[in-house]
Design a protein around this ligand. Sequence first.
Ligand SMILES: Nc1ncnc2c1ncn2[C@@H]1O[C@H](COP(=O)(O)OP(=O)(O)OP(=O)(O)O)[C@@H](O)[C@H]1O
Length: 128
Amino acid sequence: MSSGLKETKKKKKGIGLRYALKGVNFVWAEEKNFKIHSLSAVCVILLGFLFRLSNTEWLFLMFSITIVFVTEMLNSAFESLVDELYPHYHPIAGKVKDIAAGSVLIAAIGAAITGFIIFVPKIIFLIF
Ligand SMILES: Nc1ncnc2c1ncn2[C@@H]1O[C@H](COP(=O)(O)OP(=O)(O)OP(=O)(O)O)[C@@H](O)[C@H]1O
Protein backbone atom coordinates (compact mmCIF):
# COMPACT_ATOMS: atom_id res chain seq x y z
CA MET A 1 0.00 0.00 0.00
CA SER A 2 1.41 3.44 -0.91
CA SER A 3 2.34 5.80 1.96
CA GLY A 4 -0.03 8.45 0.57
CA LEU A 5 -2.96 6.05 0.79
CA LYS A 6 -1.90 5.02 4.33
CA GLU A 7 -1.84 8.67 5.41
CA THR A 8 -5.31 9.30 3.92
CA LYS A 9 -6.67 6.19 5.69
CA LYS A 10 -5.19 7.34 9.03
CA LYS A 11 -6.80 10.75 8.64
CA LYS A 12 -10.15 9.17 7.83
CA LYS A 13 -10.21 7.02 10.99
CA GLY A 14 -12.55 8.38 13.63
CA ILE A 15 -14.63 10.39 11.19
CA GLY A 16 -15.95 7.39 9.27
CA LEU A 17 -19.57 8.44 9.76
CA ARG A 18 -18.95 11.67 7.85
CA TYR A 19 -17.60 9.70 4.89
CA ALA A 20 -20.45 7.20 5.07
CA LEU A 21 -22.97 10.06 4.94
CA LYS A 22 -21.00 11.50 2.03
CA GLY A 23 -21.53 8.17 0.26
CA VAL A 24 -25.28 8.35 0.86
CA ASN A 25 -25.25 11.93 -0.40
CA PHE A 26 -23.44 10.90 -3.62
CA VAL A 27 -26.10 8.33 -4.40
CA TRP A 28 -28.91 10.75 -3.47
CA ALA A 29 -27.50 13.38 -5.83
CA GLU A 30 -26.69 11.06 -8.73
CA GLU A 31 -29.34 8.33 -8.73
CA LYS A 32 -32.88 9.21 -9.72
CA ASN A 33 -34.06 5.75 -8.57
CA PHE A 34 -32.75 6.44 -5.06
CA LYS A 35 -35.03 9.48 -4.81
CA ILE A 36 -37.99 7.49 -6.13
CA HIS A 37 -37.32 4.71 -3.60
CA SER A 38 -36.97 7.27 -0.79
CA LEU A 39 -40.30 8.85 -1.68
CA SER A 40 -41.95 5.41 -1.83
CA ALA A 41 -40.42 4.51 1.56
CA VAL A 42 -41.79 7.72 3.15
CA CYS A 43 -45.28 7.01 1.73
CA VAL A 44 -45.22 3.40 2.96
CA ILE A 45 -44.03 4.47 6.43
CA LEU A 46 -46.83 7.06 6.66
CA LEU A 47 -49.29 4.37 5.59
CA GLY A 48 -47.83 2.15 8.31
CA PHE A 49 -48.64 4.77 10.96
CA LEU A 50 -52.10 5.22 9.49
CA PHE A 51 -52.85 1.49 9.74
CA ARG A 52 -51.16 1.16 13.15
CA LEU A 53 -48.93 -1.74 12.14
CA SER A 54 -47.84 -4.30 14.73
CA ASN A 55 -44.18 -4.55 15.77
CA THR A 56 -43.71 -7.64 13.58
CA GLU A 57 -45.22 -5.87 10.57
CA TRP A 58 -42.91 -2.88 11.15
CA LEU A 59 -39.92 -5.20 11.37
CA PHE A 60 -40.68 -6.87 8.03
CA LEU A 61 -41.44 -3.53 6.38
CA MET A 62 -38.31 -1.76 7.64
CA PHE A 63 -36.15 -4.76 6.78
CA SER A 64 -37.37 -4.87 3.18
CA ILE A 65 -37.01 -1.08 2.78
CA THR A 66 -33.45 -1.26 4.15
CA ILE A 67 -32.52 -4.05 1.71
CA VAL A 68 -33.73 -1.92 -1.23
CA PHE A 69 -31.58 1.05 -0.11
CA VAL A 70 -28.53 -1.13 0.52
CA THR A 71 -28.71 -2.82 -2.90
CA GLU A 72 -29.30 0.58 -4.54
CA MET A 73 -26.15 1.94 -2.86
CA LEU A 74 -24.05 -1.07 -3.86
CA ASN A 75 -25.41 -0.92 -7.41
CA SER A 76 -24.36 2.70 -7.61
CA ALA A 77 -20.87 1.87 -6.28
CA PHE A 78 -20.47 -0.90 -8.87
CA GLU A 79 -21.65 1.43 -11.64
CA SER A 80 -19.09 4.10 -10.71
CA LEU A 81 -16.28 1.55 -10.52
CA VAL A 82 -17.23 -0.16 -13.79
CA ASP A 83 -17.55 3.17 -15.63
CA GLU A 84 -14.04 4.08 -14.44
CA LEU A 85 -12.49 0.70 -15.28
CA TYR A 86 -14.31 0.19 -18.59
CA PRO A 87 -15.03 3.52 -20.29
CA HIS A 88 -15.71 1.60 -23.54
CA TYR A 89 -17.92 -1.38 -24.28
CA HIS A 90 -16.81 -4.56 -22.50
CA PRO A 91 -18.94 -7.69 -21.90
CA ILE A 92 -17.72 -7.97 -18.28
CA ALA A 93 -18.73 -4.35 -17.63
CA GLY A 94 -22.22 -5.08 -18.91
CA LYS A 95 -22.44 -8.30 -16.91
CA VAL A 96 -21.40 -6.66 -13.62
CA LYS A 97 -23.85 -3.78 -14.13
CA ASP A 98 -26.68 -6.16 -15.04
CA ILE A 99 -26.06 -8.36 -11.98
CA ALA A 100 -25.92 -5.32 -9.68
CA ALA A 101 -29.13 -3.94 -11.21
CA GLY A 102 -30.70 -7.42 -10.83
CA SER A 103 -30.02 -7.33 -7.09
CA VAL A 104 -31.98 -4.07 -6.80
CA LEU A 105 -34.83 -5.59 -8.80
CA ILE A 106 -35.01 -8.64 -6.53
CA ALA A 107 -34.96 -6.45 -3.41
CA ALA A 108 -37.70 -4.20 -4.86
CA ILE A 109 -39.89 -7.20 -5.76
CA GLY A 110 -39.40 -8.57 -2.22
CA ALA A 111 -40.37 -5.20 -0.74
CA ALA A 112 -43.43 -4.95 -2.98
CA ILE A 113 -44.58 -8.45 -1.94
CA THR A 114 -44.01 -7.59 1.74
CA GLY A 115 -46.03 -4.38 1.36
CA PHE A 116 -48.75 -6.28 -0.47
CA ILE A 117 -49.03 -8.95 2.26
CA ILE A 118 -49.15 -6.31 5.02
CA PHE A 119 -51.41 -3.66 3.50
CA VAL A 120 -53.83 -5.37 1.12
CA PRO A 121 -55.80 -7.27 3.83
CA LYS A 122 -56.04 -4.04 5.87
CA ILE A 123 -57.26 -2.04 2.86
CA ILE A 124 -59.80 -4.75 1.97
CA PHE A 125 -61.01 -4.79 5.62
CA LEU A 126 -61.39 -0.98 5.47
CA ILE A 127 -63.45 -1.06 2.27
CA PHE A 128 -65.78 -3.97 3.09
N1 LIG B 1 -19.07 -0.35 -20.53
C1 LIG B 1 -20.11 -1.13 -20.84
N2 LIG B 1 -19.91 -2.26 -21.56
C2 LIG B 1 -20.94 -3.09 -21.86
N3 LIG B 1 -22.22 -2.88 -21.50
C3 LIG B 1 -22.49 -1.77 -20.78
C4 LIG B 1 -21.46 -0.84 -20.42
N4 LIG B 1 -22.04 0.17 -19.72
C5 LIG B 1 -23.34 -0.14 -19.64
N5 LIG B 1 -23.63 -1.29 -20.26
C6 LIG B 1 -24.95 -1.94 -20.39
O1 LIG B 1 -25.95 -0.92 -20.41
C7 LIG B 1 -26.83 -1.09 -19.27
C8 LIG B 1 -27.19 0.28 -18.73
O2 LIG B 1 -26.02 0.92 -18.31
P1 LIG B 1 -26.03 2.29 -17.51
O3 LIG B 1 -24.65 2.69 -17.21
O4 LIG B 1 -26.90 3.26 -18.21
O5 LIG B 1 -26.67 1.78 -16.18
P2 LIG B 1 -28.08 2.06 -15.58
O6 LIG B 1 -28.47 0.82 -14.85
O7 LIG B 1 -29.02 2.58 -16.61
O8 LIG B 1 -27.67 3.14 -14.55
P3 LIG B 1 -28.30 4.55 -14.17
O9 LIG B 1 -29.57 4.76 -14.97
O10 LIG B 1 -28.55 4.40 -12.72
O11 LIG B 1 -27.20 5.50 -14.51
C9 LIG B 1 -26.05 -1.95 -18.27
O12 LIG B 1 -26.91 -2.66 -17.41
C10 LIG B 1 -25.26 -2.84 -19.19
O13 LIG B 1 -26.04 -3.93 -19.67
